[in-house]
Design a protein around this ligand. Structure first.
Ligand code: SAH
Length: 351
């Protein structure tokens, strides 16, 4: 089949075979991409109109026990200047964020044992008590089902855990041997079962990635049926084993965003900071390819630059208010609007 026919098939049936996915990804061109993005925007309009959801990202620790080969805050990175925010600092971020119109707070960090289960539950609980009309999203990596359950009961609503790559051999080439694709995927099933609005995702253009790997990512996502999918280009970090690898492209990232939008039209799909990092108009282009969420940073400016997952990360010098205003302008310039809203998944709201 021609790429456009495959896009039509995906749109009507929400499924392609692995071979068809590979075919579509390998044979894409600019014309196919424009055809895809027009359809993706139609679906985005149908479910979300011109409303763009925002999440205030609080990067609360850059200590991490893991040693993922691509990540700038990996355990063995010597250059990372480590920090942890106190509970009070986290609460201040929320206060600033709330005033600016954020109704979702995302707590993201490395896998840092200093934040025990009890400390994390206390933080979640305190945020929920102060801001009962806000959603809390956690992005703390792989944990036991009991731990996820406890955090859910403390008040967390959503969890982001990118599967990174669905292919286990490829996964192994990006991670040390104590980590596995199987375990990470199991965490995602656990999160869904507990009742979290669950987000997965992958890096585009990670070292060794092929169209067959991306095909597997799409099949895995189709099976998992998550509420959110975060994808962004791989961007090399100078102090990692992948320092000399080439990064992912804007073009392929946008194409994958478009495909995700038409495969699962109700998905929450962020135009990520990594996309904005490799192209000054990356986030706008992400929205025009079908994304509907942006996640500006609420971390105190004093620590921003230290949460460096990859080189040249944008917005590390700005105050939260500047970030929100800047994104507001960017979205308005393409006919969209940031809204003051929790931005729940339409799938979850129907349940
Ligand atoms: N510890 C948490 C948060 C990880 S950071 C967890 O395990 O989920 C959030 C995401 O940043 C990761 O899932 C990964 O996909 C992305 N990331 C890390 N290093 C990156 C790099 N060099 N380029 C692009 N994205 C990267």
């Amino acid at each position: 089949m021609q790429p456009k026919q495959l896009i039509d098939k995906l749109e009507t049936t929400s499924r392609l075979t692995k071979e068809e996915w590979i075919d579509l990804i390998e044979n894409r061109n600019d014309d196919t991409a424009q055809y895809l993005f027009a359809k993706a925007r139609n679906w985005q309009q149908k479910y979300f109109g011109n409303r763009i959801y925002t999440r205030g990202l609080i990067e609360f620790t850059n200590y991490c026990k893991n040693d993922c080969f691509y990540c700038g805050i990996r355990r063995s990175s010597q250059s990372a200047k480590r920090y942890r925010l106190t509970k009070e600092q986290i609460m201040e971020c929320c206060e600033t964020g709330y005033k600016l119109g954020f109704r979702t707070f995302v707590l993201q960090g490395g896998e840092d044992g200093w934040f025990t289960q009890q400390k994390l539950e206390e933080i979640v609980h305190a945020i929920k008590r102060s801001y009962p009309d806000c959603a809390i999203t956690l992005s703390l990596g792989e944990r036991s089902k009991e731990s996820y359950q406890g955090l859910y009961e403390a008040g967390a609503d959503r969890y982001l855990l990118r599967h990174e790559t669905a292919d286990s051999t490829h996964y192994q080439s990006l991670h040390p041997k104590e980590l596995s694709a199987k375990h990470r995927q199991q965490c995602l099933w656990d999160l869904k079962e507990i009742g979290y609005q669950t987000g997965t995702g992958f890096m585009v253009g990670s070292p060794g990635q092929t169209a067959a790997h991306l095909a597997q990512d799409m099949l895995f996502i189709r099976e998992l049926q998550p509420h959110m999918v975060g994808i962004g280009p791989f961007v090399p970090h100078h102090d990692t084993p992948f320092a000399k690898e080439s990064g992912g492209t804007v073009e392929l990232t946008l194409f994958m965003i478009g495909l995700l939008r038409i495969m699962l039209p109700e998905l929450l799909l962020p135009a990520t900071t990594a996309l904005g990092t490799i192209d000054p108009q990356g986030r706008e282009q992400g929205i025009l390819a079908g994304a509907n969420v942006v996640m500006p940073n609420l971390s105190p400016s004093s620590v921003r630059a230290k949460y460096q997952l990859y080189d040249n990360k944008i917005c590390t010098g700005d105050e939260a208010a500047e970030c929100r205003m800047c994104l507001n302008r960017r979205m308005e310039s393409i006919g969209y609007q940031l809204v003051v809203d929790r931005g729940d998944s339409p799938i979850k709201m129907r349940c």
